[in-house]
Design a protein around this ligand. Structure first.
Ligand code: LLP
Length: 417
């Protein structure tokens, strides 16, 4: 089964009603192609699942941060979860008001704090005593009061890839649970901070609802303790992390996810939940489209060498991630194991290993699914490869939402000594 809004039409893989074959001919490859409807339906599915609970969806900008996508978030009245001044700039540019932006991350600089205060952001999620002191100082200098929360590390195993598990005891993220109460009480004394929230994010690509429930249960205990000590928390930020199907994973539905967390939160009247979804919104809204340059058979492997590479889609190389691949021209039978690799000079440059695919001719197009989250946003210029273009499809029309980079883009800012 292909993700919603992707299907074969008249023998060609299509995004909504746009043929990827025609798109590749018109716009070149490699290409990231998003379905507007798929992205929106990801946002709306969560909105709907949480409809009976007071909440704000703050889309996690890092997953896919193109202005056109952020504008869809803005137009639907939702907010943003950011981790840098750059993401703040994007979110504001796209029309997401400061008052709907939460600032996450372990290493915010004073400059970034200052910019976010100027933008009147909704909440800073602080992750250490040092950061608390820095934020208090920056906001006092400006004569402002910073709305703040602490991100707490509940030490819950999200059962996901170790690089994206963030709520374990060994992790750099969050305040250890045992230190949280004292730190909240300390923060409450600082006149340039207003403590309004409690936050956690335990990891990404979770395919089971239980760790979410466990984490929120732990936070609920802390909420009660805080209340007893006169700290009134109005916002419970449960982070992101809901997984998607790349291969055969069966992540909880938005409803099952909501059911796991809203019951516990409902014990606190007046509480608003903040969600920071990234992958579950953008992941399956996009394919990465690449063209076969050469087929190369060695005694060990059938390689398809394509024009896309690890600099475009690094997830397979970095995490060993699986992205389903399909030929754009509909074919059946005669499959052989094919390893799809790019032109980058590293053996780690692969997009798929030993996948059953029909023999591939040069010129053939391949689509990699699930490329919308941490695809383009993690791409780089490694090997001086201009970054791919991004396309947004709406029905039978498409827009270039990011032009393919040029060689001049590659050297902008460089100064020959
Ligand atoms: N909130 C915070 C504080 C986060 O650190 C993250 C992701 C999110 C929300 C969004 O999580 P999501 O809903 O997308 O799971 N590059 C990796 C994923 C890194 C996730 C980092 N944090 C990958 O390609 O799998």
């Amino acid at each position: 089964m292909l993700p919603d809004f992707f299907s074969y039409k008249n023998g060609s893989l299509s995004v909504e009603d746009v043929s990827l074959g025609e798109l590749a001919d018109a716009r070149g490859t490699p290409l990231f192609v998003y379905s507007r409807e798929a992205f929106l339906s990801g946002l709306k599915a969560l909105e709907n699942a949480f409809r009976d609970t007071r909440h704000l969806i703050c889309y996690s900008v890092k997953a896919a941060s193109n202005l056109a996508l952020l504008k869809l978030v803005a137009d639907n009245g939702m907010g943003a979860d950011i981790v840098s001044g750059g993401e703040l700039h994007r979110a504001l540019k796209a029309g997401i008001p400061g008052g709907r932006i939460v600032f996450s991350g372990v290493g915010k600089t004073k400059k970034e704090m200052s910019e976010a205060l100027d933008a009147g952001i909704f909440m800073f999620n602080m992750e250490s005593a040092g950061e608390m002191a820095a934020l208090a100082e920056v906001s006092a200098d400006k004569g402002l009061v910073a709305p703040a929360a602490f991100r707490v590390n509940p030490d819950v195993d999200p059962k996901t890839h170790p690089y994206v598990a963030t709520g374990l005891r060994e992790s750099k993220f969050g305040i250890p649970l045992g230190e949280a109460l004292d730190l909240f009480l300390e923060a409450k004394k600082l006149p340039s901070l207003k403590i309004i929230g409690l936050d956690c994010h335990i990891g990404s690509q979770l395919t089971d609802a239980a760790p979410f429930r466990d984490a929120v249960t732990i936070l609920a205990g802390l909420l009660s303790d805080l209340k007893t000590h006169g700290v009134n928390i109005r916002y419970l930020d449960i982070g992101g992390g809901l997984g998607i199907t790349y291969r055969d994973e069966k992540p909880p539905s938005p409803e099952a996810y909501a059911a796991a967390v809203t019951g516990i939160a409902s014990g606190f009247p007046g509480l608003t939940l903040i969600l920071e979804p990234g992958r579950s919104v953008s992941g399956n809204s996009c394919v990465f489209l690449t063209r076969v340059l050469y087929d190369k058979k060695t005694p060990a492997k059938n390689f398809a060498i394509v024009d896309g590479a690890m600099n475009d889609l690094i997830r397979p190389s970095l995490y060993g991630s699986y992205h389903r691949v399909a030929t754009v021209t509909e074919k059946s039978g005669g499959e052989i194991p094919v390893t799809v690799v790019g032109p980058v000079c590293e053996s780690g440059d692969f997009l798929a290993k030993d996948r059953p695919l029909p023999p591939l001719e040069p010129g053939e197009l391949l689509a990699f699914f699930g490329a919308g989250a941490y695809g383009f946003s993690m791409s780089s210029n490694y090997n001086s490869r201009p970054r791919a273009a991004e396309i947004l499809v709406e029905g039978s029309t498409h827009k270039v939402i990011r032009a393919r980079e040029t060689y001049e883009d590659l050297i902008r800012g460089e100064i020959p000594a």
